[in-house]
Design a protein around this ligand. Sequence first.
Ligand SMILES: *Cc1c(COP(=O)(O)O)cnc(C)c1O
Length: 376
Amino acid sequence: MSKLFPTYARYPFDIVSGHDCYLTDDQATTYLDFTSGIGVCNLGYSNAAVQTAVAQQAQKIWHTSNLYASQLQEDVATLLVGDADKLVFFCNSGTEANEAALKLARKATGKSAVLAFSDSFHGRTYGSLSMTDNPAIQAGFGPLVPEISFAPYNDPAALPQITADLAAVILEVVQGEGGVNPASGAWLKSVAAKCQQEQVLLIIDEVQTGNGRTGQLFAYQHYGLQPDIVTTAKGLANGIPVGALIGNAALATAFNPGSHGTTFGGNKLAMAAAKAVLTQLTPAFLAQVQTKAAYLEQLLQTELAPLATVNGITGLGLMQGIHLTVPVGPVVTALQQEHLLTLSAKHDTLRLLPPLTITTEQLATGVAKIKQVLSK
Ligand SMILES: *Cc1c(COP(=O)(O)O)cnc(C)c1O
């Protein structure tokens, strides 16, 4: 039968086309999408500017090596950091961005220990995997990268674990895979302050929360944090594989020529797509995301929170988790029968990551379907 390693428990339909916030499968069924891939196609599946940028770039050139100057990389870096004293390294994925962050933190500080948090997810390669608190994801792959420890997320009890012997602390502002858990602004600020006091680098993983998902370019901007390193990927190029590490310019000496690199990272196709994405994430667009998010949060509270199958609702922006008292798997499948695509996350969380371009009418249609399924 399948010639593929069974690394995914795949649903039995193949999505073959997409338009706006709708996806159509190989049986000609059309779904309203509350997933954006997994927080990837944030501008929907037929964004004209991204389509044009990728098509035009494909006609010119899609790859040169990183041995040559790249105006496109410079353009995307400028869109990411503005005139802040920061530098960017481009790679191909979230896990690669976190891998680069771990390497940069160790080399720049001359220290090796890293603190991550309970229910974290940072990716599947060895460094990222070692910083991921999920026994199911780590099992059988040891020995992992040494000197990585964990502290309780969004809990003041974590603060004493931030000590001067650490190279870095890595965290998500809203944990995605871990169950759509937002940290409080107060806790995030206390972690940032302790890192600064102990001269520990703060790495914020914005792979899922970045690129407008929460109504800011990056979620940490809601709280005025000043991370030393930020990683991002998923939504950055609306589906063309890309990752990025953004770091304080003071770290530059640790990433000197030959110390780190990638063949495909920052290729011209991905950069053309990322440039088209970031150009659209204007203050006005982000304000619209916040307005839609407020609408969605209100709707989830009034329509879903009272249900017996719902234990609570958490999230930030258009990243929302409905914590269920029933197993989430059958709920996702039942919603597919109702032509709505949703995601799950840890701890029986129904995770919603709709395209940022979704309308309030489409949000209301989707929430009505969820209410119908969760009321059964
Ligand atoms: C998805 C994700 C990753 C891993 O990204 P890949 O592109 O799958 O390697 C890392 N961190 C967070 C927070 C993520 O959501």
